[in-house]
Design a protein around this ligand. Structure first.
Ligand SMILES: [Zn+2]
Length: 305
């Protein structure tokens, strides 16, 4: 007993195995990227995020506390494609943290490794306030992109902390295996919904719908970032009637007034889907994000039949 205690005390004074271990300070712009960083970083990365999962990631109110978080970060992971353009760039500049400035070693733009849909073919414009000028920035909603992002983070962590490279690689492989198992299950669950057409409020879901075989017939917003107009709402109503669309997917941070009005006119059902980890208290990690939304879709669809 006394020996065990003594060994414990000695262990505290000389934590031999942990003596050389680093603990990288990782900051992510969103909870989704933070969740992926936690999967691969394990106990060798202290991970935090700025935007909360129930917030619209295009519009996040900058707080002084964000600046403090950025000042101590070794690595900053961003979604990119101008998703955070309205709030993150000034914070990065003001942090005066050279490690995480764009182009620095501690700046990781996850869009550089993901498959991006709706990339503009012509010159880039922000016509009518379109907030997706460089392609669709909601790409983390395809599990395949989640895998790619996790791999990129594991590689970056290994580069910054080479002594723990094998640890990060093993964590990534474990995540990859669990993700593949879960994806097989999700695809089975979604099989009965294959090919069905949905309306979504914002254009948040193309990566998700492509992976799981749904079709997006239109949007409640006339353009990404532009609030509904009466004329456009009428078009959506007509289209739902014509195509017999049954579901309207709405992100949690939008007003339900217009979707509910459309539902009332058409008989379609409004479903509040979570685009991010942390959107609901039970969505604590990346796999739970898909578990949640697929459960919701399955229930709504079986309720329709
Ligand atoms: Zn968007």
């Amino acid at each position: 007993m006394a020996m065990t205690m003594l060994a414990g005390i000695v262990g505290l004074i000389h934590p031999l195995s942990e003596a050389a271990a680093k603990n990288l300070n990782v900051m992510a712009s969103t909870e989704d990227l933070a969740a992926l960083a936690r999967e691969v970083g394990g106990q060798h990365a202290q991970v935090d995020s700025i935007a909360r999962g129930y917030q619209d990631p295009h519009y996040v109110e900058a707080k002084p506390s964000f600046l403090l978080k950025l000042q101590k970060a070794d690595l900053l992971i961003v979604v990119g494609l101008e998703l955070e353009i309205g709030w993150l760039p000034p914070l990065i500049t003001q942090s005066r943290n050279a490690r995480i400035q764009p182009g620095a070693n501690g700046y990781l733009d996850a869009s550089s490794v993901a498959e991006i849909l709706e990339k503009p073919s012509g010159p880039v414009t922000r016509a009518m306030g379109d907030v997706h000028p460089l392609g669709n920035p909601h790409y983390w909603l395809d599990p395949e992109n989640g895998r790619r992002i996790a791999k990129a983070i594991a590689d970056k962590l290994a580069e910054m902390d080479p002594e723990d490279a094998a640890y990060f690689s093993q964590r990534y492989q474990d995540f990859d295996r669990r993700l593949q198992e879960a994806d097989t299950r999700w695809l089975q669950d979604m099989a009965p919904l294959k090919g069905i057409e949905v309306i979504t409020y914002h254009n948040s879901w193309p990566s998700f719908t492509e992976h799981f075989g749904l079709r997006v017939g239109g949007f409640v917003e006339p353009k990404p970032g532009i609030p509904p107009t009466p004329a456009h709402t009428l078009e959506v109503i007509n289209q739902i009637k014509k195509d017999q669309i049954k579901l309207i997917l709405v992100e949690p941070y939008f007003d339900l007034k217009t979707p509910n009005a459309i539902a009332q006119q058409t008989g379609a059902k409004v479903l509040v889907m979570m685009p991010s980890v942390g959107g609901a208290p039970e969505i604590k990690d990346y796999l739970q994000l898909f578990d949640y939304n697929i459960r919701l879709l399955k229930a709504a669809f079986s309720g329709q039949k």
